[in-house]
Design a protein. Structure first.
Length: 128
């Protein structure tokens, strides 16, 4: 039997700053919350964020996985989770920054920091 929300809520602590619902029970080796679920008379460990999402938002579409928009692996807040393809989830995990710490995008093989380009463009030209 799939757990009821009232049985799992005791394993959640709300972070007032981030609004993440942090899983305070068992975490797997990767830092994700785990919960034991009995489905079709089989007991299996499930990722806690998937269980909470299913309980509160419904089934996860086939072929999609949940991306933590907050980047907090312990978070089970369904509003911080978005069903995406595996490829999209991997892309979102890759964060590229320039030497000044700004996030940049890719255009072909050239890395471009839009923020640095804007700062440079606005800088007054001085003639020597």
């Amino acid at each position: 039997m799939f757990p009821k929300m009232e049985n799992v809520i005791k394993h959640i602590k709300i972070n007032d700053n981030s609004k993440c619902w942090e899983w305070i029970a068992y975490l797997d080796k990767d830092g994700y919350g785990k919960i034991t679920v009995k489905v079709n008379n089989k007991i299996k460990g499930w990722l806690a964020h998937r269980v909470i999402y299913i309980l509160l938002k419904g089934e996860i579409p086939i072929g999609l996985q949940l991306d933590h928009l907050c980047k907090n692996k312990k978070c089970v807040n369904p509003d911080h989770l978005e069903p995406v393809t595996q490829l999209e989830n991997i892309k979102r995990r890759l964060v590229y920054t320039c030497k000044n710490g700004h996030q940049y995008g890719h255009t072909g093989f050239r890395k471009n920091c839009i923020e640095c380009q804007e700062i440079s463009r606005r800088r007054p030209i001085t003639l020597v």
